[in-house]
Design a protein around this ligand. Structure first.
Ligand SMILES: [Zn+2]
Length: 236
């Protein structure tokens, strides 16, 4: 694992999520010469209703899909945390793991999912990781007594500037991805285990395009990704 600082660290619950929610913005920033790190919290081994696909095979397929998609977008640093799919809980162990990655890569911007959306049928990994990342970036990252063990390893306090939450019901920021939309779609379409004809959500591609088109209308451009953008508090 290389050390930071990097421009952005995108932490997703499952393989594919970063590409779906943030892939266009990632590609745009990378084209501008900024470094983007991808962190994938779970191995995605439960994302199928087909009893003929064993969990370990699905995990292997999804890791390969994620590597391929990252390569298309130009993401050179990919971290697989390796948790089992549908196994995340916002507990001190997970927060500390995220904090270790945050203090190692030292990103200006942290990207993850909005833990509060959708309100009823929502994936528990999305709720857990979204909340754990928010908690790790603030207040934990600023509370040095929370991670004396990490400081003893040589890691130091770090303040992020902003957080971008994708899949938010309260978007307040639209990122114009018109110039890289084709590249995003190329990366998205790699995830055939999910959006392919035999995938768990074959209709998702149209849903995604519709979302990027509607966000584009809000932004006054052809295609955009929407986020809830937050300025990170710089003190406890
Ligand atoms: Zn997901």
């Amino acid at each position: 694992m290389s050390k930071g600082p990097v421009y952005a660290m995108a932490i997703s619950p499952h393989p594919a999520d970063n590409d779906f929610g943030f892939g266009g913005t990632a590609a745009k920033w990378i084209k501008e010469g900024k470094k983007v790190v991808y962190v994938i919290a779970t191995n995605g081994d439960k994302a199928s209703s087909n009893p003929d696909i064993p969990a370990d095979e699905l995990a292997r397929i999804r890791a390969n899909e994620q590597r391929e998609a990252a390569k298309i977008l130009g993401v050179t640093e990919l971290v697989f945390m390796g948790h089992p799919d549908l196994g995340l809980e916002n507990v001190p162990g997970l927060q500390k793991e995220i904090l270790r990655l945050f203090l190692t890569f030292r990103p200006e911007i942290v990207i993850t999912c909005d833990p509060n959306n959708p309100p009823y049928f929502s994936n528990p990994d999305h709720r857990a990781i979204g909340r754990a990342v928010l908690d790790a970036v603030w207040p934990m990252a600023l509370a040095v007594n929370y991670y004396r063990d990490l400081m003893a390893e040589g890691l130091e306090i770090h303040h992020a500037k902003e957080m971008y939450l994708w899949m938010s019901s309260q978007p307040n920021y639209y990122s114009d991805i018109s110039d890289v939309f084709d590249l995003k779609m190329k990366a998205v379409e790699v995830h055939q285990s999910q959006i392919g004809p035999n995938g768990s959500a074959p209709d998702f591609l149209n849903f995604l395009k519709e979302g990027n088109k509607n966000a584009g209308k809000q932004a006054g451009c052809e295609w955009a990704e929407s986020f809830h953008r937050l300025e990170v508090l710089q003190r406890l």
